[in-house]
Write a protein that binds this ligand. Structure first.
Ligand code: FAD
Ligand code: NAP
Length: 337
């Protein structure tokens, strides 16, 4: 294994933040991972797991060891009349997996097209987009305990999935490295096109005989037209989660802001964080080389050489302002390192 010291992470995070890892290593197999974790040099070293770096904000040089997960492989491990079960290495690129599924007519992940990052990070926040969440196709995962190297299997209920949440962001934060993820994909697609602009885009595309390939392409088209490409402008997607408030809180906000954008959420109300930030006047706000994206108020951006601490400072200001104006507490979706 090639362990690097004082390693530059700029090209490995989509915010494009320059920061150095004290130690850095890529792992390609469970065997390599076991070897690494039993290496006496790193026994008591703090460890962080890196995938595609599309949901982190690095605010310091990272002490300890950064493990870049490169465990690959996509395998059909089970098939019955209704479904296929796929076991996927955590180091596979998520969108390449989606492309493979669409190509083979394995239905269920088409609405999750073009989400950046690796498969291993997908359960971390139960990735979701366009009305679909990972948990709907999730079967199980294997994760190694960073302390003792023991591999555990987690079922769907073990993962405690919630809205952009899982047990790995909470109770087991920093304790496991996810090594593989198994998904159950269906042979009879349940098309989900009611969300956002999908239906409109399908009509623009002139689609008659709907397929998962069409839905995937529609989602790709919409995302390309709306979201900043991290290759051009550093960002990590939505910086904050959409807040969930009670009906009473919602009514109080609505009485002052009748146009507030909201959706029902299991008896509560989900507010569009982007709308709140826009309404508070932050959309397009720019400071030196960082700011709030011009088209998407929920996306904080690095135009060049910003430091993570600059962007974290801006996020804290926005959070305080939203709290003061709407009485709503925004929670960061991005993981601050
Ligand atoms: P990283 O950023 O590398 O890691 C994220 C966190 O997970 C870190 O804390 C890391 O330590 C941990 N982690 C990563 N891999 C492992 C592992 N194998 N084991 C244990 N811990 C691990 N997200 C959505 O949910 N929906 C979207 O529609 C969406 N759109 C996006 C659009 C853009 C333009 C961008 C930049 C981001 C978007 N995101 C979206 C956020 C992000 O792409 C996802 O959260 C993605 O799953 C992160 O994957 P990653 O491999 O880049 O994770
Ligand atoms: P959008 O369509 O402009 O909608 C704004 C917000 O309203 C979204 O955050 C979405 O919540 C919510 N929403 C819209 N239609 C809804 C419906 N029918 N039912 C319930 N909630 C609805 O959003 P966008 O920014 O272009 O993003 C489109 C999708 O991609 C969203 O699902 C979004 O989560 C996802 N996305 C995520 C990230 C990320 O980094 N996490 C980045 C870009 C896009 P939800 O977010 O709960 O879906």
């Amino acid at each position: 294994m090639d362990i690097r010291n004082d390693f530059e992470l700029k090209s490995l995070n989509t915010f494009g933040i320059s920061a150095r890892a004290e130690h850095f290593v890529q792992v390609h197999s469970l065997a390599q991972l076991s070897e690494l974790l039993s290496d006496s040099r790193f026994k008591n070293t703090p460890k962080r797991i890196l995938g595609g770096g599309s949901n982190i904000l690095i605010t310091q040089n990272i002490p300890g060891l950064v493990i870049h997960n490169q465990i690959k492989g996509i395998e059909v491990v089970d098939e019955d009349e209704e479904s296929w079960t796929l076991k996927i290495g955590a180091g596979e690129v998520w969108h390449e997996l989606v492309t493979t599924c669409v190509h083979n007519n394995f239905a269920g992940v088409e609405n999750l097209s073009l989400i950046p990052g690796y498969v291993g990070a997908a359960p971390m926040q139960n990735i979701g987009a366009y009305g679909v969440e990972l948990k709907e196709v999730f079967h199980s995962l294997e994760a190694m305990d960073l302390e003792d190297g023991v591999v555990h299997t987690f079922t769907k209920s073990d993962c405690e999935f919630g809205y952009r949440e899982s047990v790995f962001k909470n109770r087991f934060k920093g304790q496991f490295i996810i090594c593989s993820v198994s998904l159950k994909l269906t042979k009879s697609p349940d098309y989900n096109i009611s969300y956002g602009a999908i239906e409109q885009e399908l009509s623009n595309m002139g689609v008659q005989d709907l397929s998962i390939a069409h839905i995937s392409q529609a989602v790709i088209n919409i995302r390309r037209s709306k979201l900043p490409d991290p290759k051009e402008i550093g960002n990590a997607g939505s910086f904050f989660k959409n807040p969930i408030v009670t009906e009473a809180q919602f009514q109080a906000i609505k009485s002052n802001f009748p146009n507030v954008v909201s959706y029902p959420a299991n008896g509560n109300i989900k507010l569009a964080a982007g709308w709140l930030i826009d309404q508070a006047g932050w959309k397009g706000h720019t400071e030196q080389s960082f700011g709030v994206h011009k088209k998407q108020a929920l996306v904080l951006v690095n135009y060049g050489e910003a430091q993570g601490s600059n962007i974290k400072g801006l996020a804290d200001e926005i959070k305080a302002d939203i709290n003061q104006k709407f009485g709503v507490d925004l929670e960061m979706e991005v993981n601050v390192w």
